[in-house]
Design a protein around this ligand. Structure first.
Ligand code: CA
Length: 199
């Protein structure tokens, strides 16, 4: 092969190889990964950092540990990590006796900071007391609830935290917020939620 042509060929091959390595590195380092939607989307900071609290229902959140267990209604391993949202509960820290409650009366909303949807599935867990459709978890896009999970849709309610998966393909690249609503004071008027993350 002519030396000039060989040189061009070798340079072309080297550039191609470098581009491929760069593309693979970019994919692995910059592509969105499964994980938190934003810092503290799983409440593991033990505070409401990056969440805006309105009303009274979420004043004493998040809840530390399986606070329902001393009342003989354990949530067990459905809790992700150490902290979760439970608007019947009143145990934001170890300084409060385990099992303490605020009951069903308080109402309020908890709304996250805006985040950009970078993956096709948002997963979390949710539960609620019985017969209270006014409690829900919502995905807000442009200030509108585009997806809603009402854990208490069944008459018996779903106290335990059950896994929920949302297909968010339609809103990829959009700014969104998570909003947890407790707008019920009746029997079972509370909501449980935890572990918001991308899958
Ligand atoms: Ca958690």
């Amino acid at each position: 092969m002519d030396k000039g042509i060989l040189g061009i060929f070798l340079r072309f091959t080297a550039v191609l190889a470098a581009s491929t390595v760069l593309a693979i590195a970019t994919y692995f380092f910059l592509a969105p990964k499964p994980g938190l939607l934003f810092p503290n989307s799983d409440f593991e900071l033990g505070t409401l950092e990056n969440w805006r609290n309105e009303g009274a229902a979420f004043m004493n959140q998040p809840t530390l540990g399986d606070n329902a267990a001393p009342r003989h209604k354990p949530l067990g391993k459905t809790i992700q990590g150490s902290y979760w949202i439970g608007t019947f509960e009143n145990r934001p820290s170890g300084d409060v006796e385990a099992g303490a409650t605020q009951g069903d009366a308080p109402q309020g909303r908890l709304t996250s900071i805006p985040f950009t949807i970078t993956r096709a599935v948002i997963a979390f867990s949710a539960g609620a007391g019985g017969g209270t459709p006014q409690t829900s978890v919502n995905l807000l896009v442009d200030e509108r609830a585009v997806l809603t999970e009402s854990p208490a849709a069944s008459p018996e309610g779903q106290e335990a935290l059950r896994p929920v998966r949302w297909n968010t393909t339609e809103w990829l690249g959009k700014k969104a917020r998570i909003q947890i609503k407790d707008e019920s004071s009746g029997p079972g008027g509370h909501i449980n939620a935890d572990g918001f993350r991308y899958e």
